[in-house]
Design a protein around this ligand. Structure first.
Ligand code: G6P
Length: 610
């Protein structure tokens, strides 16, 4: 995810900014850039950008005489437009005086561009450059006012820092959805997307809230809301060291990423549906309506956690779009001479976009004439490049080896694709609207589950010393059981298996005993009664039992003391909620067992070999 660092003060800005960019590298990026407001020549902004590592940028800066005590810099993780120097931030308006860096996504950038008309010329494919021109068009001598006016026309999320050649002692920062933190020094200020790049200099910070605009000079910072009313802000002291700051204060990347889910889920679905029409529009699909209608079969290809997300996606495609859908593990698909033709739509689902088996399977499907699309997190990755379209899941960099937020966002995107096809075929606007409303409620419901982390930790304590566990689910919750099981295995090294509830008595039940706990997903869906009967069978074998149940289901408490309640949602969306307590459960067990949670033994984040 992109990173921002800005500086205004007495020091030379360039070294502070380059060092700051290096501290932001952990967020993941594909290009970087810096702009300095020069002291020597009034009205001159120097900008240098480069594709690839910060080292490339540093190399370009070598020998250049760029002095100035005000500047902004950015690490870009491409969303709109490819990985090119032209697309890297900072971006200028037309006259080269206004320059800005931006995190987030501007949903209505096309409309804005149209309204701005042909007076403006653009040098990049980014939404950010359009924002720079929009601000410029509102500029009448007061930079803050111009930004406030411009932001009232923007839909999406923004964290931006801007400067203007005519204002040599001023940085403006605005937050609408994307975090910004101001670091307070002695007659100097730092502003960044998180506290990491400023901790070397100061521990005093001010967090901007959504809808706040800060006007910062060397001497003072003033904050306003979008109605231009002044706001009093508190300075807070942060205790974090550099490493803790990268994890935003969480003990591990995995925990941070689990807690990122409500926010990045919104990033995944934002701007990709129309509530009034009850429809989804994923532009990247790149298929005509006739081509979409010609699809007779969908195949979802993935590995590991992505394949469990795909199993959930299968339910969405079949129920919403009525298209027969298969899930294939990539390493199997590529070697079994699959039946694929020009009526088959194949999605490759991958966090990294670099998984060797998934890439090979997609090439095979392409060779056989299928439509091949990607559902990928890492922008510009091999799968993103080699497929003829698809969507990014916008989960941001996932650094822990065990995948969490990518899984939920993959499901979000597959659900939207299923709706997009469904509305062409059989879904009414009203059904589409119901689904979309339920989808929009997911982040708040995820937060309700995350709030229970401490209680889940207490339950995890009771289960941490078992050598084996079963995860049981039915229907759409069977993939949830598989995902719960793989999370536990990966990071705690406890042996676990997942089974569909109905299969239990066809063998696995022989293993049950007082030492073999079962984690049952028994939320209120159409298979609730069946699942409850399976759970009764387990109770009769005296196996310890942990249940995931729907809030209000007091009956679950009659079966066991250990119940984690989750909010109610549409059945198709249950995995988006039901998986979260299992992620937290696995996490706490692994921590208690002293495991290397973020880097578990023998595992790689991206498996680029067969
Ligand atoms: C590895 C990772 C898993 C991931 C799988 C697929 O096994 O450890 O967490 O689910 O690869 O990776 P992908 O990047 O294709 O989603």
């Amino acid at each position: 995810m992109c990173g921002i660092i800005g500086y205004i003060g007495k020091k030379q800005a360039l070294p502070v900014l380059v060092k700051g960019l290096r501290r932001l590298e952990y967020r993941g990026y594909d290009s970087a850039g810096v702009a300095i407001l020069g002291e020597s020549e009034k009205g001159k902004v120097e900008r240098v950008r480069s594709v690839g590592k910060i080292d490339n940028l540093a190399e370009k800066l070598k020998g250049q005489d760029i002095s100035g005590t005000i500047g902004i810099a950015h690490t870009r993780w491409a969303t709109h437009g490819g990985v090119t120097e032209d697309n890297a931030h900072p971006h200028f308006g037309c006259d080269g005086k206004l320059v800005l860096v931006h995190n987030g996504i501007i949903e209505n950038y096309r409309e804005i561009k149209e309204k701005l008309g042909d007076k403006h010329t653009y040098k990049s494919e980014t939404d950010t450059e359009i924002l720079a021109h929009l601000i410029e068009s509102h500029y009448k001598g007061d930079l803050r006012e111009a930004i406030e006016h411009a932001l009232s026309h923007v839909r999406g999320t923004d964290g931006l820092v801007a400067m203007h050649a005519d204002h040599p002692n001023c940085l403006i920062a605005a937050r609408l959805g994307s975090p910004l933190v101001v670091g307070v020094g002695e007659d100097e200020y730092y502003i960044a997307s998180d506290a990491t790049p400023m901790l070397t200099y100061t521990k005093k910070v001010i967090y901007l809230e959504d809808g706040e605009v800060a006007e910062i000079s060397k001497e003072k910072m003033e904050t306003f809301n979008l109605k231009d009313e002044a706001i009093t802000k508190c300075v807070e002291e942060i205790e974090w060291n550099d490493e803790q700051a990268e994890k935003q204060g969480y003990d591990h990347f995995m925990l941070k990423e689990i807690f990122d889910q409500p926010t990045v889920f919104e990033d995944a679905i934002r701007g990709r549906y129309n509530l009034e029409e009850g429809a989804a529009h994923l532009g990247g699909l790149n298929m005509t309506t006739d081509e979409m209608r010609s699809v007779k079969r969908v195949i979802l290809i993935a590995c590991g956690t992505a394949s469990y997300a795909a199993m959930v996606g299968k339910y969405a495609f079949e129920r919403l779009a009525g298209i027969p859908t298969e899930v294939d593990v990539a390493s199997e698909f590529r070697y079994r001479d699959p039946i694929v033709d020009e009526h088959t739509l194949v999605f490759g689902i991958s966090q990294s976009g670099e998984t060797a088996d998934t890439i090979a399977a997609l090439r095979e499907a392409k060779r056989k004439g299928a439509f091949v699309r990607g559902i990928v997190n890492v922008v510009g990755s091999t799968i993103a490049r080699e497929t003829d379209g698809g969507s990014y899941i916008h989960a941001g960099p996932e650094l822990a080896v065990a995948s969490t937020k990518a899984y939920t966002n993959m499901i979000a995107i597959m659900t939207l694709y299923a709706l997009q096809f469904g509305r062409l075929k059989r879904i009414t606007p009203a059904t589409g609207q119901r689904l979309l409303k339920a989808l929009r409620e997911i982040p708040a419901k995820m937060n309700e589950i995350l709030d229970q982390s401490d209680e889940i930790k207490k339950i995890a304590e009771k289960y941490k010393d078992y050598k084996n566990m079963f995860f049981l689910g039915r229907g759409i919750n069977f993939p949830v059981a598989l995902e719960g099981s793989i999370k536990l295995k990966e990071i705690s090294y406890i042996h676990s298996e997942a089974y569909p509830g109905g299969e239990m008595k066809h063998g696995p039940i022989a293993l049950l005993s007082e030492d073999f706990p079962v984690i049952g997903i028994m939320t209120k869906d159409q298979l609730y009664d069946k699942m409850r009967s399976n759970i009764e069978e387990i109770r009769a074998r005296k196996a310890p039992l942990l249940l995931i149940a729907t809030q209000g289901d007091e009956g679950a408490k009659e079966l066991t003391d250990d119940v984690i309640y989750v909010p109610d949602t549409m059945e198709l969306l249950e995995p988006l909620l039901n998986t979260i307590p299992l992620q937290i459960f696995a996490y706490h067990i692994a921590v208690m067992l002293g495991r290397d949670v973020d880097r578990p033994r023998n595992l790689a984040k991206s498996v680029t070999v067969e």
